[in-house]
Design a protein around this ligand. Structure first.
Ligand code: ADP
Ligand code: MG
Length: 622
C-alpha cells in the first residue's frame, strides 16, 4: 500500500481508541470540560448504561458562537497556547482531543451559550457528517449529548458490557471527580432514576463522607500535612474497612484522580502489620503540589502522573497516614463486626488527672484507698509517656494526701527505679480478672468493657516489636551456635538465594552455608527461636521459599520486616498452649507497653472489645 495521509475521521478514531474506552470515559472527558469551564452544577444523565445516551449539562462559561465549530476540531483547545504551558498544567484538559474523538465515534450534539450572549448555538456531528451551527434558546452554559456511542466502530461496541456494568463504571468515575470538587454540585441520573445528587458548596470532608457512606464515617481518620511544597489531606480507613481490592482507594494529584503505583505502595506500607497482606486499605488521599513539580502529560487518560521528587511524596504519604493510625486505638469493638463496617468505634481513652479517682463504672468519686490505688495504676498505664512525669508528681501529691503513698525524699537516680517498682507492684496487685479460654483466648476487662485477646496473635505482635527493636538497637539478633549443624536437602535456587540474602541472614543471626552441591548446613540460628524450640530446618526452608519469590528484594526494609514476621510467628505462643496465671498477667502487662498491640504483624486483630455500652444494648438495658 502506498503511503497516504490518514483522513481526519480516522485520526480522531485512533485518538478515541486511546482515551475513549467505554461510556465512563466519555463522562470523564465531558465532566472535566465542565469543571474547566468553572461550572457550579453538573448534571449527568445516562440511558441504557450510556449506549443510548450520555447527556452532560453545566452552567459554566460556555463557548462563544464563533468558536463552537473549532471546539470539535482535533488539537483545538482554549487551555494551553505554547509548549511552556505544558510545564504547569492547571486545568483538567489540555490535549484538545476529547470532543473531536468522541464526535468521531458517536452522534454528538453540542449546544452552548456564554453569559453575555442573548442566545446559544448548537452543532451536531456524526462520524464526519456535520450539521452546521444554528441558534438555540438556552440558559448560559453547555449541554452535550452523546448518542449511540461506537455506532461506527463495531470492535469497540463489542467490548461494551451490560448496562449495569457500564453504569457502575460511570458512577465510579463521576463519584471520584465529585469527591475532588466539593464546591460543585453533581447530579447523576440513570434511566430516570437519580443515583446521587450532591449539592454545591460542601466541605471536602462532607463530600467524601456523602460519597463513601455515612455509616463508615466513624471509621475514617482525618489526616493532614504540609511539608516542603507537598500538601496532603485525606481520610484513612481503619483496618476493619480494608477490602480485597483497591477500588476503595481514592488518590488525587492536584485534584485529578490518579492510579499511581508509588503512592498506592506508600499507602499500603502505612498499614503494614495492621491489615492482612492480601487486603487493601480504604483511603482518600489528596496530594497537592506545585503544577511544575508534576508531569500529567504521561498518559492519554491522564490517570498516571510523574513527580519531580517521588521519594519526598512517598515518604510524606507513608508518614502522615502511619501517624494517623498509630495515634488511634484500633481495637475493633464487637459491634463493628455485627453491624458491618459502620459500627461503633472506640475513641482512645483520654486522660484527665482530675478524673483519677472517679470510678469508671459508677461515675462516682471512689472512697476506699484500695480502689483509688488501683485506679491510679490503671490510669498511669494508659497514659501518654510524655504526660507521665508531670502527672506522676501531681497525682502522687494527691495520693500522699489520701494516705495511699508515702512521701519519700527523691534521692538521685534511684528515685526512678523506686517509682517503677511501686508501679509494678500496683499492677501486680491489681485485681483485674484474667481468664484463659480454650487455651487460646485471654479474656479480661479494661475501662471500656470486656477485652478478648487472641493469645497467639498478641504474642506474635510482641515478638515482632521485640525483634525489630533489637535489630534497630544492636544491628543484629543474638545467635546460637549449634554443636552439630542441622543439614537439609536444598534446590539450586535455594542455594543461590543463600548468597543474595547473606546480609539479611547475618542481621537475624543465621549462619547457613552450602555443604556440597545440594545440601545446606545451618551452623547458627537466632537464640530466640532456639529457646522456643523452633525447628531450624523448618525455619530455613520457609525462609528460603520466601526469599526465592520474585518480588522479594532482600535489601529492602520490607524484606527484613517480612522475615521478622516469620520468626515472630514461629516463636510465639500457639493457640492451644496452656498459660499459667503469672504468664497471663505478664502477657497483659507487656501488651500495654507496645505500639499497635491491637493487630498482629500480619494485620489480623489481636484484640476485640465488647464495650459496656454494647453489653447494655444486648441486655436491653438501654
Ligand atoms: P481540552 O479539554 O483538552 O481543551 P476538548 O476537546 O475536551 O479539549 O475541548 C475543546 C475545547 O472546547 C476546550 O478547550 C474548551 O475551550 C471547549 N469546551 C469543551 N467543553 C466545554 C464546556 N463544557 N464548557 C465550555 N467550554 C468547553
Ligand atoms: Mg477536555
Amino acid at each position: 500500500m502506498p503511503i497516504r495521509k490518514l483522513s481526519p475521521l480516522l485520526v480522531n478514531q485512533i485518538a478515541a481508541g486511546e482515551a475513549i474506552e467505554r461510556p465512563a470515559s466519555v463522562v470523564k472527558e465531558l465532566v472535566e470540560n465542565s469543571l474547566d469551564a468553572g461550572a457550579t452544577r453538573i448534571d449527568v444523565q445516562v440511558e441504557d448504561g450510556g449506549r443510548e445516551l450520555i447527556r452532560i449539562a453545566d452552567d459554566g462559561c460556555g463557548i462563544p458562537l464563533d468558536q463552537i465549530e473549532l471546539a470539535l476540531e482535533a488539537h483545538a483547545t482554549s487551555k494551553i497556547a505554547e509548549a511552556i504551558d505544558l510545564e504547569a498544567i492547571a486545568t483538567m484538559g489540555f490535549r484538545g482531543e476529547a470532543l473531536a474523538s468522541i464526535a468521531s465515534v458517536s452522534r454528538l450534539r453540542l449546544s452552548s451559550r456564554t453569559p453575555d450572549s442573548p442566545e446559544g448555538a448548537v452543532i451536531e456531528q456524526a462520524g464526519d457528517q456535520r450539521v452546521g451551527v444554528k441558534p438555540i434558546g438556552m440558559a448560559p452554559g453547555t449541554v452535550i449529548e452523546v448518542r449511540n456511542l461506537f455506532f461506527n466502530t463495531p470492535a469497540r461496541r463489542k467490548f461494551m458490557r451490560a448496562a449495569s456494568t457500564e453504569v457502575g463504571h460511570i458512577n465510579d468515575t463521576l463519584g471520584r471527580l465529585a469527591m475532588a470538587h466539593p464546591d460543585v454540585g453533581f447530579k447523576m441520573t440513570h434511566n430516570d432514576r437519580v443515583t446521587f445528587d450532591y449539592p454545591p458548596g460542601q466541605t471536602p470532608r462532607r463530600r467524601c463522607v456523602d460519597r463513601l457512606g455515612h455509616e463508615i464515617e466513624e471509621g475514617l481518620l482525618e489526616f493532614e500535612s504540609d511539608e516542603r511544597g507537598v500538601r496532603l489531606w485525606g481520610l484513612a480507613g481503619r483496618p476493619v474497612l480494608a477490602r480485597p481490592t483497591a477500588k476503595h482507594q481514592y488518590i488525587y494529584v492536584n485534584d485529578r484522580p490518579v492510579r499511581d503505583r508509588t503512592v498506592m505502595y506508600a499507602v499500603k506500607e502505612a498499614y503494614r502489620g495492621l491489615i492482612e497482606p492480601n487486603l487493601q486499605p480504604m483511603v482518600v488521599l489528596f496530594i497537592n503540589v506545585d503544577p511544575t513539580m508534576v508531569d500529567v502529560n504521561v498518559h492519554p487518560t491522564k490517570s498516571e502522573v510523574r513527580f519531580a521528587d517521588t521519594n519526598a511524596v512517598r515518604g510524606q504519604v507513608l508518614a502522615v497516614i502511619r501517624q494517623a493510625l498509630l495515634a488511634t486505638d484500633l481495637t475493633p469493638s464487637i459491634a463493628v463486626g455485627q453491624r458491618g463496617p459502620g459500627g461503633a468505634f472506640n475513641k482512645p481513652a483520654g486522660i484527665n488527672p482530675a478524673d483519677l479517682f472517679i470510678d469508671t463504672a459508677t461515675g462516682e468519686q471512689s472512697t476506699d484507698d484500695e480502689t483509688k490505688s488501683r485506679q491510679f495504676v490503671e490510669y498511669f498505664k494508659r497514659m501518654d509517656p510524655k504526660q507521665k512525669g508531670f502527672v506522676y508528681q501531681q497525682v502522687k501529691q494527691d495520693a500522699v494526701e489520701a494516705g495511699i503513698a508515702r512521701d519519700e525524699p527523691r534521692n538521685g537516680n534511684g528515685a526512678h527505679d523506686e517509682e517503677d517498682e511501686k508501679l509494678n507492684e500496683g499492677i501486680r496487685a491489681s485485681s483485674k480478672p484474667i481468664l484463659q479460654v480454650h487455651d487460646s483466648y485471654i479474656v479480661t476487662q479494661d475501662e471500656q468493657g470486656i477485652v478478648i485477646i487472641d493469645q497467639h496473635a498478641l504474642h506474635e505482635r510482641m515478638m515482632f516489636e521485640l525483634l525489630i527493636e533489637r535489630v534497630r538497637s544492636s544491628g543484629s539478633l543474638e545467635s546460637q551456635r549449634m554443636l552439630t549443624p542441622a543439614t537439609f536437602k536444598a534446590t539450586d535456587a535455594q542455594i543461590e538465594a543463600l548468597d543474595t540474602i547473606g546480609p539479611l541472614l547475618e542481621k537475624i543471626g543465621v549462619d547457613a552455608q552450602p555443604l556440597g552441591p545440594n545440601t545446606i548446613a545451618v551452623h547458627a540460628y537466632p537464640t530466640l527461636l532456639f529457646d522456643r524450640g523452633a525447628d531450624p530446618v523448618a525455619f530455613m526452608t520457609d525462609l528460603l521459599d520466601r526469599c526465592t519469590d520474585d518480588n522479594f528484594i532482600p535489601s529492602d526494609e520490607a524484606a527484613l520486616h517480612e522475615v521478622l514476621d516469620m520468626m515472630s510467628c514461629k516463636a510465639a505462643i500457639k493457640a492451644g498452649d496452656h498459660l499459667r496465671d503469672d504468664e497471663l498477667a505478664e502477657l497483659l502487662r507487656r501488651r500495654d507497653q507496645i505500639d499497635r498491640s491491637s493487630n498482629c504483624p500480619h494485620g489480623r486483630p489481636t484484640t476485640i472489645r465488647l464495650t459496656l455500652k454494647d453489653l447494655e444494648k444486648h441486655f436491653k438495658r438501654s
